[in-house]
Design a protein around this ligand. Structure first.
Ligand SMILES: [Zn+2]
Length: 383
């Protein structure tokens, strides 16, 4: 992975390259950014750059012996740890090493922008939660205590460190405190609230912002030949999440599932048509966790955009056509008195879906609450 394979993010690339040129590479860094912001791709490009035999001022060469192995993710001094669980294939003591083939495949399939759910699907655990376990942390110590094979730095990339199991944390902490010589830890994470403070305090944090629209646009054109209206729609929907853009461009196309489904749901909730809602709920409870979460996220986006519409901030609204028409009508039901209730509702359902809550119960309950929330009155502002 070269820096030039990653669109945009110029500031971050310069910052990372600067640490190499100024010889101030910190041994433990955490790349922290939202889903689809390229943090894993940047971590790999950074490691490749550090170990390239022929690097230039702005990128690795791509063809020296180190780069050739990095390109295929088979360099003996490049190690990965990621959340795993017991699967059909690995029925006890799962560790990252046992899933290396699936890992390389997933990175290739997702252009190095995997989501946690895509990873779980790839190893067949979409109904469970993966963890970074104590066995894996023992392996880290074991792996890194060998002499460096052939490169300047051994690199350990720990992906989604918020999934570190509590009993494994002391082991990782210890090695971050007393790292073997010439080793580099790159932790990659999305939610810094979910990571224990002692880990955070031992790393240098590099905050990765979401991609700019220009970066997403360039990538869609170069990698997928997307142009014009279709590309504009994808850029709007992705909203800086390149993982979403890649998914749309490579598989689903511009997907209006969330929009049409949300519109249907809100119409039924408004009417309080519980018989139709029952049918709706049985449909939506079967689409899988990732799609349900993306659907609820869309609901949050509609609430946010309704407020923008309400307060005349039309230039910030990233919608057009039928979707915009729906927003204009729906925003009449969203106001100071209920926007927070709506946002809480979608967040709560998403929280429980993520933790394997029963989707039909959650969506039916949410439908009843949505019906009540829509009937709420705006707050009276008293002075
Ligand atoms: Zn090279």
């Amino acid at each position: 992975m070269l820096f030039s394979d990653i669109p945009g993010q110029q500031k971050i690339k310069q910052q990372l390259i600067g640490t190499v040129n100024d010889e101030r590479i910190s041994h433990a860094q955490m790349l922290l950014g939202p889903e689809g912001s390229g943090k894993l791709a940047l971590a790999i490009a950074y490691a490749q750059y550090i170990n390239c035999h022929n690097r230039t001022d702005d990128d690795a060469c791509g063809y020296c012996p180190s780069c050739v192995k990095y390109n295929k993710l088979i360099h003996p001094d490049l190690h990965f740890v990621y959340p795993v669980a017991v699967t059909q294939k690995v029925d006890k003591k799962p560790t990252s090493e046992q899933f290396l083939t699936e890992w390389r495949q997933t990175l290739a399939n997702t252009h190095y922008h995997p989501s946690l759910m895509q990873w779980y699907e790839a190893i067949g655990i979409e109904k469970k939660q993966g963890i970074i376990n104590a066995d894996d942390c023992n392996n880290i110590i074991h792996t890194l205590n060998y002499k460096s094979y052939e490169s300047d730095y051994k690199v350990m990339i720990i992906w989604m460190v918020e999934r570190l199991f509590h009993s494994a944390a002391p082991k990782l902490l210890k090695i971050l405190e007393e790292p073997p010589d010439r080793t580099l830890f790159i932790l990659v994470a999305e939610n810094h609230e979910q990571i224990i403070n002692t880990i955070i305090s031992r790393t240098q944090i590099v905050k990765i912002p979401k991609y700019s629209d220009e970066a997403v646009a360039g990538y869609l054109q170069q990698q997928f030949g997307k142009e014009g209206n279709e590309r504009n729609k994808m850029i709007n929907l992705a909203n800086g999440n390149l993982k979403e853009a890649i998914e749309m461009a490579s598989t689903t196309g511009v997907d209006d599932f969330n929009f049409t489904t949300f519109r249907e749901w809100m119409r039924l909730c408004y009417k309080g048509d519980y018989k139709a809602l029952y049918n709706f709920v049985s449909k939506i409870s079967k689409i899988g966790r990732e799609k349900q979460k993306s659907f609820l996220n869309y609901g949050l986006k509609i609430v946010r955009h309704s407020l923008l519409n309400h307060y005349g901030k039309h230039e910030l609204i990233r919608m057009d056509g039928e979707e915009l028409q729906f927003l204009q009508k729906f925003s009449n039901f969203i106001h100071s008195g209920n926007a927070a209730e709506f946002a809480d509702l979608f967040n709560e359902v998403s929280y429980h879906i993520e933790r394997n809550g029963n989707a039909s119960v959650l969506f039916m309950d949410a439908s009843i609450r949505a019906n009540k929330i829509m009937a709420m009155k705006p707050k009276q502002i008293t002075t």
